[in-house]
Design a protein around this ligand. Sequence first.
Ligand code: XBP
Ligand code: MG
Length: 246
Amino acid sequence: MEAVIFDVDGTLVDSERDGHRVAFNLAFEEFGLPYRWSIEEYGDLLRTTGGQRRIDRYLAAEGVDEAERARLAPALHRRKTAIMSELVEEGRVDVRPGARRLLDELASEDVVLAVATTGSRGWVEALLERLLRGVTFGVVVCGDEVEARKPDPEAFTTVLAKIGTDAWTTAVVEDSHEGLAAATSAGLPSAVVVNGYTRDHDLSIAALVLDGFGEPDAPAEVLADPAGTGCRGVLDLATLAALLRR
Ligand code: XBP
Ligand code: MG
């Protein structure tokens, strides 16, 4: 295995419920808008990847006309990105348990670490720097650098091109149906680590599904193992390497 590509939101970090959602709501408030996204309804909103698209689609459903949306959505999203960076600095977003263990193990075996996210570079870099200090990501592709966001495979194909590796020696760790679909379209096998928002997603094309990264003394639950990795609840290098033998 040469490389592993990680998603950020919901995968490496628990960022959606208490991070992005809160930042969207604070931006709405600052703009004097009445919209507030509840924890529950945010699960549906998340199915639209990319914060600006999410806002735009929501405003359209609220009956805001196109010209107003073209003005509001980018401005709201710019402000939301700045607020999200502040929330990261305040420590409101946590790394998921076991993620650091896996990253350190892969790095110690000289596996290239990469990121493919539909999130914006404005907060992604602050987050990686603050929460995963000491981890070197060879390539970080963010939503602002691609034309099409997940489930389009562009973020993943862009990472592959930048690393100079191919799909046969690269595995992916994702948390959602949209991310899984994007990786699969790029020809990459995925381990999916679900969270509260993605547990019920259609993950039938995943090579492996767990409810977390797991730690040796606190293994995650293996929800599906169609690739036959034999994973016992700790997502590690050997398990990811097994995904490549397809
Ligand atoms: C994450 C997203 C992002 C974040 C918000 O999807 O869709 O839009 O929710 O970040 P994935 P931005 O984990 O599949 O990459 O507001 O910066 O878009
Ligand atoms: Mg995600």
